[in-house]
Design a protein around this ligand. Structure first.
Ligand SMILES: Cc1cc2nc3c(=O)[nH]c(=O)nc-3n(C[C@H](O)[C@H](O)[C@H](O)COP(=O)(O)OP(=O)(O)OC[C@H]3O[C@@H](n4cnc5c(N)ncnc54)[C@H](O)[C@@H]3O)c2cc1C
Length: 577
């Protein structure tokens, strides 16, 4: 029996594995990942990782920016722990070999980032995620105790009597179905941006860990908070990092006008804030785009309306030194050069603030089950995550979850209960049945597209109760239709159609929770904007949404108070004015 089984080989999963290997070398650790670890989405992070180091910056200021950026929905005890530990984690990465960009005098360089009043975002050019993940991956290789199951897809958590006992997984290469018994399981499966049609997220980000926990009886938290990033390339959804604006880029409308000066970084306002307006929080910038569109000041393209990101005034040298990947992406995917051309951009689904409900050590209410990284909701991101807080989050809470799971596994050395075998057999039967194929059902791709369109229509940047209620019905019906989806591939080897089917099921479960939570929250806060309830309502909704799966499979939503330590709710303020 494995002591600590980690589902996910991205930044959070690998950081957790190292924490177990370092704090409890006698324990066995396994990392199961549906892709080779270096292909996890962490690799594509560009802009950087926040952590207080600079002179004049303080931990309290990072806390405040995070809390006000999150529209007061963050748990402040978790934010305080996060902010205190983030710099230590970034220094630790340096010691493991992460090549942080430097100032001329040799100090670690930091750049400004959206919603952060100080420059505290560490970076490795604009390929931060690649270097961070590589550093973690090579560090895991030092430890013989870390076993890997690369390209294995976890389909079920084994839970009995309120305690986790392992997982069932399919080896994608051979089709072998195996039950892996474990004393503890840590979910680090990343986000679920793929439930929307237009996203920066890799194809693998289908919310599997959220659905696994939800089906096993755990709660998901704050699922209505979906982050749109204001600058995705039209058509592909490829991200143009916020670092481009941190380095001085402007957002302009079809008249060449820096339109953000007309907004209080959200709604139109008569009091312009000129300085650093491009570095407002992502929710506000994405909302401003919608207003520009309504005013007829965006540019129509075959791929929807766009505005422009203007980097021309930065000059070739700065672009090549600070944001070379932006230039590479624009050349390869948009056939333009940002040194001389405007970049068309539009808001794109980027990040999930919500996830598996955990405490600050990653523990869920199911004994032995932990979650960390984007799949979890601790919550430090509240109603809107600030850019560059997620990479340190996966490090801080990956380490915490790993350490806590190791301690639990040491103390609870139970024998394998009969449920491991019976639930494993049950899951095997279901998977084998799915693999027998079904020539009659609807196509997986058609069902997926309908789900994505439904979510974009009802749970996008602006929402209404009526649209959400209709979407909830559509998704419930789609969930049933997906059970009978058409599967033509009956082979065992690399049966990607079966994987697509399993992912469609997880996405639909997650999508239903997003819509149910959004419908229940009758206020506007951060990334959740209801035109029928246009203001923040602290009296009723200064609370997390907690959603459980009811016995009939439908989501059931309740509320949980937010932890406030030192920062009572106030107005959000932005920029460095
Ligand atoms: C394009 C882009 C740029 C970004 N830039 C930044 C940035 O500059 N700064 C910042 O702070 N944040 C950034 N983010 C956000 C940040 O990168 C992510 O939130 C973070 O890396 C998530 O890490 P993770 O370890 O939680 O998950 P991931 O890195 O997504 O890893 C998930 C892992 O789970 C595995 N998995 C999933 N499902 C299963 C299953 N069923 N069975 C087995 N394994 C499974 C996958 O194989 C993978 O290994 C960016 C995000 C994107 C999309």
């Amino acid at each position: 029996m494995i002591d600590v089984l980690i589902v996910g080989g991205g930044g959070a999963g690998l950081r957790a594995a190292i924490a177990v290997a370092e704090t409890a070398p006698e324990l066995s650790v396994a990392v199961v990942s549906k892709v080779y670890p270096m292909r996890s989405h962490t690799v594509s992070a560009e802009g950087g990782a926040a952590g207080v180091i600079g002179a004049g910056d303080t931990l309290d200021e990072h806390c405040y920016d995070t809390i006000s950026g999150g529209d007061w929905l963050c748990d402040q005890d978790a934010v305080e722990a996060f902010v205190a530990e983030a710099p230590r984690e970034l220094i630790q990465l340096e010691h493991w070999g992460c090549p942080w960009s430097r100032e001329r005098d040799g100090r670690v360089a930091v750049r400004p980032f959206g919603g952060m009043k100080r420059e505290r975002t560490w970076y490795a050019a604009d390929k931060t995620g690649f270097h961070l993940l590589h550093t973690l991956f090579q560090t895991t290789l030092k430890y013989d105790g870390i076993q890997r199951y690369d390209e294995w897809f976890v389909t079920r958590l084994i839970v009995d009597d309120g305690r986790v006992h392992g997982v069932v997984a399919v080896d994608i290469r051979t089709g072998r179905i195996e039950t892996i018994a474990a004393r503890t399981v840590i979910l680090t499966t990343g986000g679920c941006g793929r439930v929307f049609p237009f996203t920066t997220n890799a194809a693998i980000k289908t919310g599997d860990g959220m659905a696994l926990a939800y089906r096993a009886g755990a709660a998901l938290k704050d699922m209505e908070f979906v982050q749109y990033h204001p600058t995705g390339l039209p058509f592909t959804g490829i991200l143009i990092t916020e670092a481009a604006r941190a380095e001085g880029g402007w957002l302009i409308n079809k008249d060449g006008y820096r339109y953000l000066q007309d907004y209080d970084l959200g709604k139109p306002t008569p009091t312009p804030k000129l300085r650093s307006m491009e570095l407002g929080p992502r929710d506000r910038l994405s909302q401003a785009f919608v207003h520009e569109q309504q005013r007829g000041r965006t540019v129509e393209t075959p791929y929807g309306p766009v505005v422009y990101l203007d980097l021309r005034h930065l000059g070739e040298n700065k672009i090549d030194a600070r944001i070379p990947f932006v230039r590479e992406l624009c050349r390869s995917y948009q056939n333009l050069d940002p040194a001389t051309d405007l970049i068309p951009v539009r808001p794109v689904v980027h990040y999930m603030m919500g996830g598996v409900h955990t405490d600050p050590d990653g523990a869920t209410p199911i004994a032995g089950l932990y979650a960390a990284g984007e799949t979890a909701c601790v919550s430090i991101n509240g109603a809107n995550r600030l850019g560059s807080n997620s990479l340190p989050e996966i490090l801080v809470f990956g380490r915490r979850a790993g350490t806590a799971a190791a301690a639990f596994a040491r103390e609870h050395r139970q024998a394998e209960p009969p449920a491991v075998r019976s639930q494993g057999e049950d899951e095997r039967r279901q998977l084998e049945r799915a693999r027998e194929g079904n020539p009659d059902g609807e196509r997986i791709a058609d069902l997926r597209e309908e789900m994505q369109r439904t979510l974009e229509g009802a749970a996008g940047i602006y929402r209404t109760g009526a649209e959400l209620a209709k979407a909830a019905d559509t998704l419930a019906e789609l969930r049933e239709r997906a059970d009978a989806a058409r599967v033509d591939d009956t082979s065992a080897t690399f049966n990607t159609e079966l994987i697509n089917l399993l992912e469609l099921h997880t996405m639909l479960d997650v999508a239903r929770t997003i819509v149910a939570c959004a419908l229940n929250r009758r206020e506007s806060r951060g990334a959740h904007q209801r035109t029928d309830f246009a203001t923040r309502d602290d009296a009723e909704f200064l609370a997390h949404s907690l959603v459980h799966r009811a016995p009939d499979g439908a989501p059931s939503v309740g509320l949980l108070p937010v932890t406030i330590t030192r920062w009572p709710p106030g107005e959000r303020v932005y920029g460095r004015d």
